[in-house]
Design a protein around this ligand. Structure first.
Ligand code: CP
Length: 304
């Protein structure tokens, strides 16, 4: 039985195959509409979500399957003190596959050790978010035609931003990727990510200046400052608006640069940027449903 806890649970060949399947689903949705008939997905979200939970549910419904679950820990028996493992062992009796989000790093991995059905990590604390990474990879592939040979700038909260950690990990397995990490000192990329790049012989640059990095970028990956992971509210208030992408800052950007953001955004991208053809974050949202359809098919070994 396969789980998806970390993006490295998938080989590069498997990721490329998922992208190819998602692109086929986008072109031929009718072909896939009954693939998961009589299969059930549980979405167990112990932490808030809009895109991830609803795109998983939309994905399963579009494959002809059905969904059940909860959208907050407070509406489950977690509120009575039940452990994650007991919850998973229970829900595993009702469904064929589980997508779960949890505020504690490692909770989906712990769940997978005792789960009778495949577990998909839909985000664990400040650690990983592998299905957002698949979404990001599909979007970059659709925008650029390939996942090789480009410069990507990650901007904002690189310390707590789990989507950033997973995407750097994934892109480090493709060729010719140049990484520029744009953040204040307090929100720098964790040392373990930088060390893993060094171990692979890959280099990265760090800067506090979005303006300096901008002309070099083929992809700009903006992130939200993760209020929920701060211990000190004063620090959050001081840092929350440190980067705000607006039309003026894009004047030095490449004409074909692609702007991504996992969303939700707060202030870090001005609404005026949304009409710029380089803004691709709502296409990214759309792609998330189709790559999750491909992933559900893979983990359940479903064929058209
Ligand atoms: N990108 C993402 O994980 O969004 P949600 O928190 O809305 O699921």
């Amino acid at each position: 039985m396969r789980h998806l806890i970390d993006i490295t649970d998938l080989t590069v060949e498997e990721i490329d195959q998922l992208i190819a399947t998602a692109e086929d689903i986008l072109e031929n949705p009718v072909k896939y509409q009954d693939v998961a008939a009589h299969k059930q997905l549980a979405t167990l979200f112990f932490e808030p979500s809009t895109r991830t939970r609803l795109s998983f549910e939309s994905a399963m419904l579009s494959l002809g399957g059905s969904v059940l679950g909860f959208s907050s820990a407070s509406s489950s028996s977690t509120a009575k003190g039940e452990t994650v493992t007991d919850t998973i062992r229970t829900v595993g009796n009702y469904v064929d596959i589980i997508a779960m989000r949890h505020p504690k790093e490692g909770a989906p991995y712990a769940a997978s050790l005792r789960s009778p059905v495949p577990i998909i990590n839909a985000g664990d604390g400040g650690h990983n978010h592998p299905t957002q990474t698949l979404t990001d990879l599909l979007t970059i592939h659709r925008e650029r035609g390939s996942l090789a040979n480009f410069t990507i700038g990650f901007c904002g909260d690189l310390k707590f931003g789990r989507t950033v950690h997973s995407l750097v990990n994934a892109l480090s397995r493709y060729t010719g990727i140049r990484f520029i990490f744009i953040s204040p000192e307090e929100l720098k990329m964790p040392a373990y990510i930088n060390e893993s790049l060094k171990r692979k012989g890959l280099s990265y640059e760090e800067t506090e200046s979005l303006e300096d990095a901008m002309p070099q970028l083929d992809v700009l990956y903006m992130t939200r400052v993760q209020k929920e992971r701060f211990f000190n509210e004063a620090d959050y208030i001081r840092l929350k608006d440190i980067y705000v992408l607006d039309p003026a800052k894009l004047q030095n950007a490449k004409k074909e640069m692609c702007i991504l953001h996992p969303l939700p955004r707060v202030n870090e991208i001005a609404v005026a940027v949304d009409d710029d053809p380089r803004a691709r974050y709502f296409e990214q949202v759309r792609n998330g449903k189709f790559i999750r359809m491909a992933l559900i098919m893979k983990l359940l070994d479903l064929k058209v």
